[in-house]
Design a protein around this ligand. Sequence first.
Ligand SMILES: C[S@@+](CC[C@H](N)C(=O)[O-])C[C@H]1O[C@@H](n2cnc3c(N)ncnc32)[C@H](O)[C@@H]1O
Length: 305
Amino acid sequence: MEPAEVEAGGGIAAARSSPAAVQATNDDAAASKLSCVTKGYMKDDYVHHFVRRTTKRAPIINRGYYARWSVLRKLMLQFLNAGSGSDDHKRKQILSLGAGFDTTFFQLQDEGLAPYLYVELDFQEVTSKKAAIINHYNDMKEKLGPDASISIEKGEVTSTNYKLFSADIRDIPKLDAVIHMAEMDPSLPTFIIAECVLIYLDPASTDAIVSWASEKFSSAIFFLYEQIHPDDAFGEQMIRNLERAVAWDMLKIYNDFIDGGERRRIELLELFDEFEEWHMMQEHYCVAYGINDPEGIFDDFGFKE
Ligand SMILES: C[S@@+](CC[C@H](N)C(=O)[O-])C[C@H]1O[C@@H](n2cnc3c(N)ncnc32)[C@H](O)[C@@H]1O
């Protein structure tokens, strides 16, 4: 989430207390991703379906979004490729909490990299809109295969490899029930994504979600991308929680983890000279991950300089 996204919802504090404002941050995320795609930062053949009015973001915002997209993709591909066989991604699953209008599943499907199961959860207002859009556009619908069923009213999509359900992720019994309904297998390696979501929850809910995930999935990676506000209650709790995990700020990730060749390519797309602002902004976002790995399949996973 970059500043424009926060502003769209009237700020994080406002968004925390208003579901409509939280959901508005999702519209803004999709618009920012489309701005990057249009400029050639990254490829996403589906995000334009989710944006009504194309907006151009400032170069610094585009670069921030690119970095966010790129780090998630790189770590997700590490997860999908982990293990010994070439088909290892097929025996894995992904769970996206507060997935919004993210289109990663459809991209992975195009690339032949989709896992055995990809499950997305969000508020019903969001999943209903997403279900309607998937239902409307054939290029998305056909990726689901012949057994797909879509309910716009319930905000549900069920297909062999992709499932979308509505859930308030703060409601742990519901969360548990919904992953059961989605037929997730808790014994399979699982990548759990919380991208710009936990900041809208209170620290107790975040704690409960992280504990639930760690108990539920024996072999799992919990990926988190978030704004760092070290001084508020959420920030303090998050920093405490992260003591047992790996966390890098986005400036370090951009400089030391994102592929050098790609970095050089995107830096030529739009030039800017607000380097101080860029550095400050990137230092206020982080990626953290925690790993459950009893079988040692994720030995090679993670940040490497
Ligand atoms: C800023 S958007 C991010 C969307 C997506 N993860 C991405 O990065 O593009 C935050 C999303 O979290 C969802 N969300 C926030 N609180 C939630 C909750 N308690 N339960 C389910 N979804 C929630 C919002 O509806 C919204 O779609």
